[in-house]
Ligand binder design. Structure first.
Ligand code: FAD
Length: 399
């Protein structure tokens, strides 16, 4: 076997988490920039940061955590010192090219992660400025590309993904990024980690070693399935881009989260009869809708559709699909509610029930314990326990 290619650090996953790390480790380091807003609002932190020499990566994060401030909170405050973006001058950091680390980013899609695949017209849940990287504010991107973007507003997928795609060239890190390459295995090695990967198209195999590994694969490595008979029949899909991909009249959407809500609304507004099957109760779903309807236009829309009692939007709460059967030109869905079985004929089924991170790539390490993390509405992600000052795994050093 040829000697694996060695890098000091390897990042797996080029989404909004992994991509900016490639830029920062590639040399673009943050330095504290004094602003009146930050100084007046966070005087103590200002005094602390003013005493830091050189890059903010040299801050004693352990002491900072002891003082009750997590690194993520510190950088968030510097990046977004006020609730709305007013001008580039208010960002409390400047990024300067400094020492570069030998870093490689490996990702199976284009950079930008899951945003490459969300529905074409879908807006973010957060304002555009919350989706940007501090070293390249969206406002600067808009200036440079002569775009009209309100960064305090939601941003649609197309604009966001264009922004992410601009980053490698803009920060001259293209040579440090391998797209279209999937990592299959991570093992212990004398030098740290041994990584085996494969080109998605040509299936050419590669192997690397690295001292530090950043595992930024996101939460959609393995799409969840219902585990019921017939789930792989051709009228069922777990990808929604556009209502035009769904000819016919009747679509059944299984889900209950934001992706399923978006698809159900868009299909309804395109004239389809939508059957929306959810395990959750109406109260649970309605809590998300009413909390979101005043900030997010598509939640205002779903609230309107449900309140208007549209005959083409049929919600099935507390309901579980139990099987799918093939019919000529469509399918039959069997579902259960209150121990009562029912059936419906449909043209398409959309399974939008989320995904999970894949930790099964790690072989030969101690078992990774996983913590469940919930938001106000539901289970969100499995997280690895990490040191609070460094986000390094407490189980596997240098991960
Ligand atoms: C519909 C939707 C809307 C959302 N809206 C918002 C929002 O408005 N605001 C917000 O903050 N968050 C939002 N999120 C959360 C979203 O998860 C984050 O915005 C962000 O995409 C997470 O970034 P990430 O880099 O962790 O993961 P991802 O974006 O998932 O990127 C991970 C990348 O790693 C790649 N990868 C995975 N496994 C491997 C492997 N073995 N080898 C190589 N590459 C691999 C993946 O293919 C992917 O390209 C939304 C999520 C969804 C699904």
């Amino acid at each position: 076997m040829p000697t694996p290619e060695h890098h000091t650090a390897i990042i797996i996953g080029g989404g909004p988490a992994g991509l900016p790390l490639a830029v920062v480790l590639g040399g673009w380091q943050p330095h504290y920039k004094e602003t009146q807003l930050f100084r007046d609002r966070y005087t103590q932190i200002h005094e602390f940061l003013n005493s830091v020499e050189g890059s903010l990566l040299g801050v004693d994060f352990r002491s900072l955590v002891h003082a009750g401030i997590s690194p993520a909170d510190l950088f968030r405050l510097l990046h977004h010192p006020s609730r709305k973006f007013h001008s580039l001058d208010e960002i409390g950091m400047s990024f300067r090219k400094g020492k570069t680390l030998d870093v490689l980013l490996i990702t199976q899609e284009e950079v930008g992660g899951l945003w490459n695949n969300v529905p074409e017209n879908m807006p973010t849940l957060s304002p555009g400025r919350m989706m940007e990287f501090a070293f390249y504010p969206l406002a600067r991107h808009a200036q440079e590309k002569d775009l009209s973007l309100d960064v305090n507003d939601l941003i649609i997928k197309r604009n966001l993904v264009d922004y992410y795609h601009t980053v490698p060239e803009r920060f001259e890190i293209q040579d440090r990024i391998h797209t279209g390459e999937r990592v299959n295995r991570v093992e212990p090695h004398d030098l740290g980690f041994l990584i085996s990967s494969q080109d998605v198209v040509t299936e050419t195999k590669h192997s690397y070693t690295c001292k530090y590994l950043i595992y930024a694969v996101g939460q959609r490595c393995i799409l969840r399935s219902l585990g019921v008979p017939g789930e792989d029949l051709p009228f069922i899909t777990n990808h929604y881009d556009n209502s035009l991909d769904f000819p016919g009249e009747r679509v059944l959407v299984v889900g209950g989260g934001r992706s399923a809500d978006w698809a159900a609304i868009e299909l309804h507004d395109a004239g389809k009869e939508v059957h929306y099957v959810m395990r959750q109760s109406p109260e649970h779903h309605w809590r998300l809708i009413s909390d979101s309807r005043h900030g997010l236009p598509y939640y205002a829309r779903i609230a309107d559709i449900i309140e208007s009692g549209s005959s083409r939007f049929i919600t099935h709460y507390n309901t579980k699909v139990s099987k799918f059967d093939d019919l000529d030109g469509g399918g039959l869905v069997t579902y259960m509610r209150d121990r009562q079985e029912d059936r419906i004929e449909v043209d398409h089924v959309l399974l939008l029930i989320g995904g999970i991170a894949d930790y099964s790539l790690f072989k030969g390490f101690p078992d990774l314990p996983l913590l469940e993390k919930f938001d106000n509405y539901r289970f969100q992600v499995h997280q690895l326990p990490v040191h609070p000052h460094s986000y390094e795994s407490t189980t596997i050093p240098n991960l």
